[in-house]
Design a protein around this ligand. Structure first.
Ligand code: PEP
Ligand code: MG
Length: 315
């Protein structure tokens, strides 16, 4: 029955009682975006631009970047597309951007830390995003959205937001470092939206390498500490009346997706292949059930019991 519900599910996503949920796709290039456009995703919540350049020896020109970003905008013409600036470093080294050697690359110069050191790398990319956005359907009312990975401090967020706004782009930041969740209201004074990257947020909250097969229980996004940081972030977004999405793997887990909506998250972005599974699960529960599950997981003592509590409430 569940498989049939997933197969026959059609968007737009709502809970059983009709509450709208924004489901978006994670993409990494034009071909992936065109494929994702065939799913029920309503836009792109995470475009991992660094994956376009894993084999590049040199920084791609602004023109080359504009061409690639335009393909993604074209696949989702008239829809929201959130471009993430280069998340180089750590598990995604880029030859033209990386530090030579670091003892602890996951805690090193990665993501926006690279862009703010080598400011032209960042501004060239923002110029390309702006050019691609300007070239797409002229009357699209949604401006391009762009977000920085691995932000840890308010000055980083301010600087990034300023550079994006100078180019007519809507700035946001990812919530991957606990410092951002803890001070979410202050960060929200400077940016237009937040997007929670649960893969890295789990890694940095639990001090556990996301690549380690031995630490899967620790990096589990069902960890109550991670869920608490998500709750804090979502609440801050609601208070500031600004969107807070989730774009990590957590959003692709149908049960956890319901919990995230109950916690107050406003959009979920995931691999296109996960959209119908999440949509079907949301259609089977009420928003009140999502809220009840959200409250229950926050007081769980560990990830297994959090999951169990949610399963009991959400069925
Ligand atoms: C995340 O950290 O959750 C995220 C979405 O970014 P990435 O998986 O690309 O690090
Ligand atoms: Mg990340």
């Amino acid at each position: 029955a569940r498989r049939e519900a997933i197969r026959s599910w059609r968007g737009p996503a709502t809970t059983k009682d009709g509450r709208d949920v924004e489901l978006l796709a994670n993409v990494q290039d034009g071909a992936g975006a065109r494929k994702a456009a065939e799913s029920q995703a309503r836009g792109v919540g995470l475009f991992r631009t660094e994956l376009c350049f894993l084999n590049s020896e040199d920084e791609p020109s602004i023109e080359e970047q504009t061409g690639i970003y335009s393909e993604v905008f074209a696949a989702f013409a008239g829809h929201k597309v959130v471009v993430r600036t280069l998340d180089a470093g750590s598990d995604k080294p880029l030859k033209f951007a990386n530090m030579e050697h670091e003892e602890n690359p996951a805690l090193g110069v990665r993501g926006v830390r690279i862009g703010l050191r080598d400011i032209e790398l960042l501004t060239n990319q923002l110029d390309a995003v702006a050019a691609a956005a300007a070239a797409r359907d002229e009357d699209a009312e949604t401006p391009a959205w762009v977000m920085a990975p691995m932000v840890a401090t308010i000055p980083e967020a301010k600087r990034f937001a300023q550079l994006a706004r100078e180019r007519g782009i809507k700035p946001g930041i990812m919530v991957e470092v606990p410092s951002v969740a803890l001070l979410a209201p202050a960060f929200l004074e400077h940016v237009d939206f937040l997007s929670i990257g649960t893969n890295d947020l789990s890694q940095y909250t639990m001090a556990a390498d996301r690549m380690s097969p031995h630490l899967a229980t620790l990096t589990d996004p069902w960890q109550p500490a991670v869920l608490t940081l998500i709750a804090m972030t979502a609440r801050a977004g609601a208070d500031a009346d600004k969107p807070v999405g989730v774009c990590g793997e957590a959003a692709a887990d149908p049960l956890l997706a319901c919990v995230l909506i109950g916690l107050g998250v406003t959009s979920l972005s995931m691999a296109a292949s996960a959209v119908s599974g999440v949509g079907a699960q949301l259609a089977a529960v009420t928003f009140a059930q999502c809220q009840e599950a959200a409250e229950a997981v926050l007081s769980a003592s560990d990830s297994a019991s959090a999951r169990e509590r949610a399963r009991t409430i959400l069925g």
